[in-house]
Design a protein around this ligand. Structure first.
Ligand SMILES: NC(=O)c1ccc[n+]([C@@H]2O[C@H](COP(=O)([O-])OP(=O)(O)OC[C@H]3O[C@@H](n4cnc5c(N)ncnc54)[C@H](O)[C@@H]3O)[C@@H](O)[C@H]2O)c1
Length: 437
């Protein structure tokens, strides 16, 4: 096994750049400001509240993760970003309607000071949106250069030591890998040629990675998940993570499915439907954007259940996912899952889950954790795909030739073992035979 990396200290200021300052971004920013002021607890955040067990169970060593690995402190974080609308973060948070006015008023001046930089945007990739705060450029290469300039200026004006970028923009239309994504040389040529295979999110990803900045994708669109950008990340030392935050219905799915499989209960059908009324729901009402989301949401069961190994239990599973745009609910999504299962002697049973969740409340701590862990990875010299952050994503990025790991509990073990490895602690296998010697 490799030796633990040397990790640079988290000194100075970390700039967290969010692309798209909508519901998820503003809930993250306002939340961090509120936590920093002691107005609320960072519930749902592993970096802020999680612990990691070290050594044997008898040793009683379970430090907080933030005391175990050198993470940037919330006091040392500043936020910036881009959006196609000119609203500052306070106005955008009001429009998103996730957080209550009372809380927003308490952090209002800080939110108002965060104004979006002008965006790289093309309606071809997000059909239901249009806005005025958009850059013009000679071609996509020129737009990428403008973004790089934005990052450098932000870093200087905010006296940041380091930056990370998280795409929290709308879900773009479904695209598959093309020759333009195959190598860095082909990609750079395609940028110059304004190739349609390069959507806005890839221009941001390219710009960040070119600057050596860690990049994560909270949405399901391809973005950095193509060979050309992985190649670039290897050369500039950018850690990458994505895609599509695992919140709401898929989180519950990846909690329940491993449990049913562990007990070898068969599944005949899994019907998932949602109603959602925020801007994300409106964008997903476009069939091309929904297709990107659907692919991301549907893959998890196949990988968790392994129908090739358990054909009698899962081969004929009928898995349906629907999202319906329903404005009255705003950001408060309601999801229904009907799961048709079978047990001993083929006897049938049903499981119903009705999750009345708040999408952005579930997403915000993930954006924070991913940003802080990617900054840690960068300081530890870990470039390219960070599979240990699969825990947070519906479609985890993974090395070519590997299948992605979707089981939340395996993902958790992988994450914590990576932290143990980084600090030179023994990995935990849960074998435990030594307690009975
Ligand atoms: N909330 C969740 O639980 C969750 C879970 C998984 C994934 N996501 C994804 O995260 C993303 C953000 O979700 P949200 O609820 O905040 O959506 P939102 O619609 O509230 O915010 C998205 C913002 O991105 C902006 N935008 C779009 N294209 C842009 C571009 N090219 N450059 C700059 N800004 C751009 C939009 O103007 C909007 O303000 C979506 O893609 C969503 O699918 C959210």
């Amino acid at each position: 096994m490799k030796n633990p990396p040397k990790i640079d200290a988290a000194t100075g200021t970390l700039g967290i750049l969010l692309v798209g300052m909508g519901a998820v971004s503003t809930t993250t920013i306002a939340g961090v400001l509120a936590v920093r002021r002691g107005l609320a607890a960072p519930i749902g955040s592993l970096t802020q509240m999680g612990t990691v067990r070290l050594g044997k169970r008898t040793e009683g060593r379970s430090p907080l993760i933030k005391d175990f690995v050198p993470l940037a402190s919330l006091d040392d974080v500043v936020f910036g970003g881009w959006d196609i609308f000119e609203d500052n973060s306070y106005e955008a948070a009001k429009t998103a309607g996730v957080l209550e006015t009372d809380l927003l008023e308490k952090v209002r001046p800080e939110l108002e000071a965060i104004k979006p930089m002008s965006a790289v945007f093309d309606r071809r990739y997000v059909k239901r949106l249009d806005g005025p705060n958009v850059k013009k450029g000679k071609n996509k290469k020129d737009l990428a250069e403008q973004l790089r300039e934005d990052m450098r200026r932000f870093k200087q004006e905010n006296t940041c030591d380091r930056l990370v970028m998280v795409w929290c923009g709308s879900t773009e239309v479904f695209l598959t890998e093309s020759p333009a994504h195959a190598t860095l040389a082909a990609f750079e040529k395609a940028l110059e040629a304004n190739d349609d295979n390069i959507p806005s999110s890839m221009i941001y990803a390219y710009a960040a990675i070119k600057e050596g900045i860690p990049y994560a994708n909270a949405a399901p669109n391809l973005s950095a998940d193509v060979p050309a950008l992985m190649e670039l990340a290897e050369t500039t030392g950018s850690p990458l993570a994505g895609k599509d935050l695992k919140t709401g219905q898929t989180l519950i799915k990846t909690i329940i499915a491993p449990g049913l499989k562990a007990r070898l209960l068969g599944i005949e059908g899994w019907y998932s439907t949602n109603i959602l009324g925020n801007r994300d729901g409106e964008v997903l009402d476009d069939p091309e954007s929904f297709k990107t989301k659907e692919e991301s949401k549907k893959s998890v069961l196949d990988y968790i259940l392994q129908p090739n190994l358990y054909p009698e239990l899962y081969k004929d599973l009928c898995h349906v996912v629907r999202i319906n745009y329903y404005p009255p609910r705003g950001d408060n999504k309601e999801g229904w899952d009907n799961i048709d299962i079978f047990g001993w002697l083929n006897y049938k049973m049903q499981l119903k889950v009705n999750f009345l969740c708040r999408d952005s409340i579930l997403a915000a701590p993930i954006v924070l954790d991913v940003a802080l862990f990617l900054d840690l990875a960068k300081r530890a010299g870990m470039e390219g795909v960070q599979e240990w952050l699969s825990f947070y994503f519906k479609s985890p990025m993974h090395a070519p030739g590997l299948y992605p790991e979707h089981d939340l509990f395996i993902q958790m073990m992988k994450l914590k073992n990576t932290l143990r490895f980084m600090r030179g602690e023994d990995l935990i296998t849960h074998l435990g035979l030594e307690y009975y010697d």
